[in-house]
Design a protein around this ligand. Structure first.
Ligand code: SIN
Ligand code: FE2
Length: 217
């Protein structure tokens, strides 16, 4: 169940919205760093191309994924897990580019999580019509360290729910350059993304990219 909440009209870059005790949207936070982000994503996905993973139930995920960092999130018929190697190449996942790591650390600090050092970054690519159903990020050993989520390209409606699947979820509009950070008491909240509406972003075309920085171990 979800609830339409007008959290903000059109927030200006630099503004922030509190979603919960330890959960924030930093509006337009990465806008000054988009070129570095896209270059980093390009480097990573040249070595570890986007792919549609299988779910344990045998379905193919709508969202295309890649990873960088010490650990990468993987899904197949055997289950969900983090792995040091890309199962497609057998090679370690590409390193987390310094510029991306620094941005994630700065955004976390901005949201009250000082000295956060993520060791994994999942890169999601959404085509129009693609959604991500409500879930908890629960494959990480660390259930307190924040998730730092960077949105680029087409806008999305992010669902931010409670600690139980059935709790009401906020509908949070996310635009190119926005960052969501949730951790601490809010780390295990259910979240998801409504189907991306058709459109063309001036820089990224018909797609939304999302990076989630995590601390796995
Ligand atoms: C995720 O939950 O991994 C991604 C969230 C998003 O795409 O905004
Ligand atoms: Fe997630």
């Amino acid at each position: 169940m979800s609830e339409q909440v007008d959290l903000f009209a059109t927030p200006s870059a630099g503004a922030r919205t509190r979603l919960a005790t330890q959960a924030w949207v930093l509006h337009g936070y990465v806008l000054p760093h988009v070129d570095a982000l896209l270059a980093g994503i390009d480097t990573v996905t040249t070595r570890a191309p986007f792919r549609h993973l299988q779910t344990p139930g045998g379905h193919v995920m709508q969202v295309a994924m890649s990873n960088c960092g010490t650990y990468g999130w993987c899904s197949d018929r055997r289950g969900y897990r983090y792995d040091r190697n890309d199962p497609d190449s057998g090679q370690p996942w590409p390193a987390l580019p310094d510029a991306l790591l620094q941005l994630a650390r700065d955004a976390a600090a901005e949201a009250g999580f000082a000295d956060h050092v993520p060791d994994a970054c999942l890169i999601n690519r959404y085509a129009p019509g693609t959604r991500l159903s409500l879930h908890q990020d629960r494959d990480e050993d660390d259930r307190i360290a924040p998730i730092v989520s960077v949105s680029l390209g087409l806008p999305a409606v992010f669902l931010f729910g409670g600690l139980a699947r059935g709790d009401k979820a906020l509908r949070v509009p996310l635009r190119h350059g926005d960052v969501v950070v949730w951790g601490g008491v809010d780390r295990m909240r259910f979240h998801g993304v409504l189907p991306i509406r058709p459109g063309r972003h001036p820089l990224l075309g018909e797609q939304r990219l999302n990076l989630t920085f995590r601390k796995v171990r």
